[in-house]
Design a protein around this ligand. Sequence first.
Ligand code: ADP
Ligand code: MG
Ligand code: ZN
Length: 473
Amino acid sequence: MNYEPVMGLEVHAQLKTQSKIFCGCSTKFDAKENELTCPVCTGMPGCLPVLNKRAVEFAIKMALATHCNINEKSIFARKNYFYPDLPKGYQISQYDKPLAQKGVVEISIDGQVKKIRLHRIHMEEDAGKNIHGTISSYVNLNRAGIPLIEIVSEPDVRSSQEAGAYLRELRSMLRYLEVCDGNMEEGSFRCDVNVSVRPVGQKEFGTRCEVKNINSFRFVEKAIEYEIQRQIEVLESGAKVIQETRLWDSDQNKTFSMRSKEEAHDYRYFPEPDLLPLMIEQHWVEEIKRTLPELASEKKLRFMKMYQLSEYDASQLVQEKFLAQYFESVVELCKEPKLVSNWILSELLREFGPEQVASCPMTPQHLGELLVLITNGTISGKIAKHVFGKMLETGQAPQAIVEKEGLVQVSDHVQIEALVIEVLKEQKAFVDKYLAGQTKLFGFFVGEVMKKSHGKANPAMVNEFLKKKLKGV
Ligand code: ADP
Ligand code: MG
Ligand code: ZN
């Protein structure tokens, strides 16, 4: 029998606000244990939460970017459970009245666009962290109270590839909006996947399992593939898939059961009595809407059209907002977008990750000046690569390096003609072979002339003179 996998994803994204969602504590990542805490986020009795307006603004940005309806009124609720990293005994979240509902995210796989519907986006507070030592366990509450949004998709995902594309799209949006840094290792972007399989043609969904807290895109894809296979085997053996929560073991490449549905929590949600309903006025939403940046998918299409770039090049350039900005700054100086794109994608990204480009020592100004030296014939592309390396080492402007090292391209007719004549004299034997029909030797002559000029001869002129001379010999 053939089976079709069905998946829905739940993403937790930490919002990059300065302070926590219900108190004034800092949200810094690498502080000393329990340094960033106060009576509110350590759950002391009698403390009152105060909602961080910036957190709401960030959540609204993501809701708008994903085309959700934003509820004029949403309600914070207590989600009750006991765990040492949750000293209050409940998490403040949203339940039946979330911030936003019914969105859509477009993913693109090999040029094919597919819409993944969003069920909801709600706001909540993060919990602390338990750290288990050999003898004792510890609790670090620095993370407790960091604002989160939870983004819940409809079960529209049909393959691990689609899941990966969806998650990368969400992460890109959050980073473009500058509301979440999307750092999976540090846990600011976390993902649970719900997986089920059903016989092809069956209308009802199969029983699902939830795989929790997977901390890389690669692992998400692997966990899904493992889980699909496991569930198919269960069904093929005549047994039933049990609804449960599972964890991914990245050492063994397996998922394993954490708790079954019977052990699942009843969270006894009820409206948080210490917070008023969250009322969002339409004019505020409109104001926020006006601040939304062009997102990666729109930018990609614009780059393809405006700069005649291939879809591949454009998608590489827009993977980070600051990388795309960098590209456009260089294009302002050097008006050959394809050349700029090639240099950024091959030379710059060889040295720096796409996320490092914003703060890399090679400024767009300097790279632009370097490329202008190529397009106006001052230096060859090959010399430019050498200069690029020197710029990285010294931070100097390209013009200064070219002058200091005497790298200016030789475009003088007399000089180049002399070099060509010299080479053809020296390589008499090869010239004879060339004239006898081995025309592939042309490249060899070009190489010899370039060598003689220490790479500085204008290659176009070298070609031209060689052609002339070889015909005339
Ligand atoms: P819970 O609150 O238990 O996590 P939800 O109904 O909120 O359950 O669903 C959580 C996620 O599971 C959603 O992303 C949803 O799309 C997905 N989901 C629901 N049913 C299925 C199913 N049969 N197979 C795969 N995913 C599913
Ligand atoms: Mg769930
Ligand atoms: Zn606090």
